[in-house]
Design a protein around this ligand. Sequence first.
Ligand code: HEC
Ligand code: HEC
Length: 387
Amino acid sequence: MKLWSRPLMVAVTALAAVSLFGVAVVDRAAAQATQATPPANATAGTAFKNVTTASLKELTVADFLGSMGVMAAALGYDCADCHPGAGSDKVDWVIDTEKKKTARKMVDMVTGINKNYFAGVQNVTCFTCHHGRDMPATTIALDKLYGSPNDEHNDIVIPGQGEPSVDQIFDKYIAALGGAQKLNGLTSWVATGASIGYGGLGGGGSFQIFAKAPDSRAVIIEFKDHPERGDSTRVYNGKVGWVKSPRGLLSEYEQTGNELEGARLDALLSFPGRIKSALNNWRVGNPDDVNGHDCEVVQGRGPKGLLATLYFDRQTSLLVRAVRYSLSPIGRVPTQLDYDDYRVVEGIKFPFKYTFSWLDGKDAFQINDVKVNVPIEAAKFNKPAGK
Ligand code: HEC
Ligand code: HEC
């Protein structure tokens, strides 16, 4: 599975006949007009026709789709490996294939192992055994044994010895960005630039980020030269979040459950002066290398099992990466934000290169303009308008 293959598959699916929530859809125009968006509080067990495992059926629809991403990534699969025809107009999400039946058993197995052997702590996930393969390897390859050391990470950061305190790391970050006074005076910003895509896909768009203190954020990607690709939007307005993703299985939905906490964190991190209150239970781990930067590692926790790890360059004190994890019954759902090319705008440093990676895709942006403390119409943070 190549990184970009799955989103593309889902992309095609969205344009094809999709029968979700009992609404049959025949073409793209109809898909835009009639595809039912599930009620925000619907559980996967009620919104879908054939979701039966005890742990997955209680999830919100958004979190259920997140766990589908976890399954696919853990096994190195596309949606189509378990759902025949995903990516074509013949897709049948409901039918039970052998792979689906096995996967259901594995969901129950994973829950059982954690319950019976790890006191309910989620130590075992699909990835624990599968590591991106459908048949887990059972014997170490000798080249691995004598090769480069394993560079996989624990999700949970182990407290480091002799490291600076959380406050020291944040204070240096705030100072490096322009100082507390400047950051406290930051009430809104608007960034515009070009989507530079990833792996040859997703480039050629233009994008805008709107951020309003304390916790509203909207990211809008438009493909003016290819209107058929549709606009993508992610919005969080301090309470409610929406995703409009023409390439996704649900072209538009309200973010719910654990996914909503992640959207809130992205919004809070847009105002670094208040970084300390974005999460709680902060801890500092041992330094780590990220994209060639020697980094301090800080981890915090939020509501609903949200976990986030922040990496600060030890030389510049700037944030180079934030990885947030939301909980799912079969493993955490990771989302990664990478920041680069910091430049000063009215006394405050902003990252002019920004990459957003999640289980179903990766967007890279080159910002070419940031405007600070400009008024933003409230409507920018509303539910994106449908077609
Ligand atoms: C390893 C196999 C596997 C992969 C890969 C997989 N799924 Fe699933 N999918 C399942 C299983 C199993 C269920 C039923 C879960 C249950 O019963 O709790 C399911 C159910 C669904 C349903 C509900 C269908 C209905 O109406 O009952 C949808 C929608 C869905 N998956 C979408 C996706 C998408 C989108 C992807 C790719 C990101 C994906 N799946 C990848 C195994 C898989
Ligand atoms: C404790 C280790 C372990 C965990 C955890 C685990 N699996 Fe598996 N899985 C296996 C093994 C071993 C096989 C191969 C079984 C065989 O050969 O019959 C397998 C096979 C499968 C297959 C069939 C692959 C094929 O090619 O036919 C699917 C699908 C699958 N697992 C899905 C999952 C999902 C989804 C999860 C997480 C909910 C999961 N597994 C968690 C060990 C695990």
